[in-house]
Design a protein around this ligand. Structure first.
Ligand code: ZN
Length: 657
């Protein structure tokens, strides 16, 4: 359904649109598998508060305050201030905090500070998150500057070259006042160059200063975030009792052990066991996982999800993973940076059953884990493409006018209609299953050597691997692409996105910050510039609008191959300067004329650049003996209902730490 009311309704608000994803196939699972998913989904929801606190130290208090106003304010609920307030709350829910989930900048509320103050004073005081001796008035004075003053906590993650990235980022991984230099020194002292199996230092802790000394507060069941972790462990214990096989049971038990000890060696052991468990239909991630939310790329945000395998679609990714060595051997990168033996790349297509933590409500559609370089090199990785989320995206995008506006001509448009969905899926498979898993570091190279540029370079490496091979005849031979032309749809879509359309996600005047976006811009602009002489790709003007024109797809593939070579060299050698130059030159800056034009054209379409998902609801059915005899899945819950229920049922942490 298209909605024309752009600013205020349940499904579409600000720059966001909520989608529902379906979990078809759940009813056909065995009772034991359903029960397992139910317990894992409870575990995935129980860590929600951790992420809120990681994203900013006032987030939990702000959420409770906003929700209390939302449910108890009995002034005029039709006035502009209240309407704007509701949109703000929905945005905060979506971002798990007061900063944009993707751009990281603090939102500016469209309601007045006056309205907010009088609303706080009007709602019942006992429902507000007040500290002992604190009044509603005190809460106003604490929160108003945080919410309304643009100079306070302006960015969750700041990546601007030259700034002190910790002092200018308001994520809650480092205590206020700790400088980038201090933190980098603290962690570099922990590292030992000769350690062939280094743990991911700093991954599961907050760095604080006590009596002038830096110290880690570790996230574990009797440490920081303990209350939430105990709840997670409670559900994991139950899950372990209905595991599909012994291996999976041991995986869950190892994870529980890690949650109890916080020991990072145990974490590596857990991921090794997890990567090797490939038989079960049901699978999960639960824990401190991705480091995009830390400007130094060390601290991992909490996420959790449960899923089950789509057997038919998995045949597709198995064709890739079983040929992993062929792809590694034939890639254009220097031999010194290639893996001699590709170990254990396993790939599957899955359906998400629940999304939690940093995967909710905005989610990835492909995931490759674990992130430890040495574990990946020695034990391989598990890669997934989440097909029921992709389906929901494709349905929402179908016929919405976007392609018609930005694609250069009818012929190209037709090509995209025919092949883009297939190629998109395949590109995600290649990116996750082979791209991230390919290549190796030279001996002695610090996996964090590229520092703040590491994430962008890594995404570029995986994207380029995918782009390069999408055009390979091998994919036709494997029956994965329908013919030798299909890849062109992906090339066009990729260049259009990197050069033009991804800019719809960025406010006018700002630069590109998010690492996946920087990566796409880097690849597209590098290819544009390096193909300039031979006019491989051009930006052309037609009726006062800018379009991407690709004159030679074969040459474009060669350019992708050359850049892949260089990016792999940078990664393998840990060449920080080269990473910085590439990212700063091609991945960050935006041409303001083009930006303005794209924003104007996009605005006229009334679309939302970001999507998120409403989770299904799982309800266990019990018999008289209190045993589960079935689990029902339903989809009816609205966005606000779901968020309020989660805040009620999965509130695990105190508002004030
Ligand atoms: Zn990736």
């Amino acid at each position: 359904m298209r909605t024309t009311d752009f600013t205020y309704n349940d499904e579409q608000f600000a720059d966001l649109q909520m989608l529902r994803y379906r979990v078809d196939g759940f009813d056909e699972l065995s009772l034991q598998q359903k029960e397992l998913i139910y317990y894992l989904s409870e575990a995935a929801l129980s860590g929600r508060d951790i992420l809120w606190d990681q994203n900013g130290k006032y987030n939990l208090r702000i959420r409770k305050t906003l929700e209390t106003i939302y449910t108890h304010y009995n002034g005029d609920r039709e006035c502009d201030d209240f309407m704007a307030f509701v949109i703000y709350l929905k945005r905060v829910w979506f971002s798990n905090g007061i900063h944009h989930h993707y751009g990281c900048e603090k939102f500016v509320p469209d309601f007045s500070e006056n309205f907010f103050r009088q609303a706080i004073l009007q709602v019942p005081q006992q429902l507000l998150p007040l500290d002992e001796d604190e009044t509603s008035e005190d809460l106003c004075n604490l929160l108003c500057p945080v919410i309304f003053n643009p100079d306070i906590m302006p960015k969750r993650v700041n990546q601007a070259d030259g700034d002190d990235l910790l002092l200018t980022s308001s994520c809650n991984y480092y205590e206020d006042g700790i400088t980038q230099q201090e933190a980098e020194t603290f962690y570099s002292l922990m590292k030992n160059e000769n350690d062939k199996q280094p743990v991911m230092y700093g991954m599961n802790s907050r760095l604080v200063k006590e009596n002038g000394l830096l110290k880690e507060k570790v996230w574990k069941s009797d440490g920081m975030y303990g209350q939430a972790i105990q709840r997670i462990v409670f559900w994991l214990e139950k899950a372990s009792q209905v595991a599909e096989n012994d291996r999976q049971r041991n995986v869950i038990k190892k994870l529980i052990e890690f949650y109890h000890t916080g020991d990072l060696k145990t974490f590596d052991e857990y991921t090794i066991q997890w990567v090797q468990e490939t038989e079960a239909i049901v699978d999960f991630t639960n824990g401190f996982t991705e480091t995009y939310g830390d400007p130094l790329g060390l601290k991992a945000s909490w996420e959790g999800y449960a899923n089950f395998k789509d057997k038919e679609a998995t045949l597709r990714t198995e064709k890739l993973s079983s040929n992993a060595q062929w792809f590694e051997d034939h890639s254009p990168v220097d031999k010194r940076f290639k893996k001699d033996v590709c170990k254990g790349v396993s790939a599957k297509v899955i359906k998400a059953a629940i999304l939690g933590g940093d995967l909710y409500p905005a989610s990835a559609i492909g995931i490759n884990l674990p992130n430890s370089n040495w574990v990946r090199a020695e034990y391989g990785s598990k890669s997934v493409t989440i097909c029921n989320l992709t389906d929901a995206y494709n349905k929402a995008a179908h016929g919405n006018g976007f392609q018609k506006e930005f694609v250069i001509d009818e012929e190209t448009l037709k090509m995209l209609e025919n092949y883009q969905d297939i190629c998109d899926d395949l590109h995600t498979d290649l990116h996750e299953c082979l791209g991230h898993g390919s290549g190796k570091l030279l001996p002695g190279v610090d996996p964090d050597a590229l520092k703040a540029y590491g994430a962008t370079i890594e995404e570029a490496r995986a994207d380029l691997f995918g782009l390069y091979y999408l055009a390979d005849k091998k994919l036709v031979d494997l029956g994965l692409t329908p013919n030798e032309e299909a890849y062109k749809a992906q090339y066009y879509g990729y260049m259009m996105n990197g050069l033009l359309t991804q800019l719809v996600r960025i406010e006018f005047g700002k630069e590109i910050e998010e690492s996946h976006m920087r990566n796409r811009s880097l690849i597209a602009h590098w290819a544009l510039e390096h193909g300039q002489e031979m006019k491989v790709v051009e930006l052309v003007r037609k009726e006062n609008k800018t379009y991407v024109k690709i004159n030679c797809y074969e040459k474009l593939r060669e350019l992708f191959g050359i850049l892949l070579q260089e990016i792999q060299r940078i990664k393998s050698e840990g060449d920080y300067e080269a990473a910085r130059n590439l990212v700063e030159q091609y991945g960050v800056k935006i041409n303001s004329e083009i930006h303005q034009e794209i924003l104007t054209r996009y605005k006229a379409l009334h679309l939302s650049p970001y999507k998120g998902f409403i989770n299904p609801v799982y309800t266990p059915i019990y018999n008289k003996e209190k045993e589960i005899i079935d689990v029902k899945v339903t989809y009816g819950e609205s966005y606000a209902e779901q968020m309020l229920r989660y805040s009620r049922d999965y509130a695990t942490l105190p508002f004030i730490n």
